[in-house]
Design a protein around this ligand. Structure first.
Ligand SMILES: [Zn+2]
Length: 229
């Protein structure tokens, strides 16, 4: 739930929720900060302070173990003295991909993987899609032009020769190119889930696209790429 609330607001990072429980009491809960940093684990650990010692930490996605814009969360969890980590899914990002779990286990932390896996996959679908295919997930939206539906990072409107990409912080104009070029361009921007209007002629004319109903987008429908890389 924590992760779902920030979905669409944290790209290029994944929407993650983190809860810390000590002696049966929730001592901290946090989600990835809007904009993607700080990560949920770090926010929750800051909130818990010394109460994290010996506690159980629940988290949507495997804690990071690499130095990105911030130090690794796995180090912060170890330093805080957390006793047990319960996590929904492993992070397929090649910079993590099991390394976070390995670091925690090496430090003597009890690690459980797989709780609420399906829910986590649904919330993280855009992020997982970009890691797997190198392109953001595209969903079809009933919302008006330029309106970004819940859970999407941006809305892409396509005209005759140009496109307009609306994110929550800016509007970017571009040239209308092939579908693959547009997907690559949006992936480069770090986007994980992009909405296009349901009536959009450009995306609808593509024969390689087929529409499937999707669970996590309310009135929106997900476009599936049939010949993904
Ligand atoms: Zn992290």
């Amino acid at each position: 739930m924590l992760a779902r609330e920030v979905r669409g607001h944290v790209y290029p990072n994944p929407p993650v929720g983190c809860v810390i429980v000590k002696d049966g009491d929730v001592v901290a809960e946090a989600a990835t900060h809007p904009g993607g940093r700080p990560h949920a684990e770090r926010k929750a650990l800051d909130m818990a302070g010394p109460l994290a010692q010996g506690a159980t930490l629940y988290v949507t996605l495997e804690p990071c173990c690499h130095w990105g814009m911030t130090p690794p969360c796995s180090d912060a969890i170890i330093d805080a003295g957390v006793a047990r980590v319960v996590c929904s899914i492993q992070d397929p990002d090649p910079r993590v991909n099991g390394g976070g779990f390995a670091a925690l286990k090496a430090a003597g932390i009890d690690v459980n993987i797989g709780m609420c896996r399906d829910q986590a996959k649904a919330v993280l679908s855009g992020f997982l899609h970009r890691i797997q295919f190198g392109a953001p997930e595209v969903i079809m939206s009933d919302e008006g032009l330029g309106m970004i539906p819940n859970g999407a990072d941006a809305m892409l409107a396509s005209g005759k020769n140009e496109v307009v990409l609306t994110t929550r912080s800016s509007t970017i104009g571009g040239e209308l190119r092939s579908r693959d070029q547009l997907l690559y361009w949006m992936a480069e921007l770090g986007l994980t889930t992009v909405a296009v209007p349901k009536q959009d002629a450009f995306w609808n004319q593509e024969e390689t696209l087929r529409t499937t109903s999707e669970r996590d987008y309310g009135s929106s429908t997900k476009l599936q790429l049939t010949n993904e890389r």
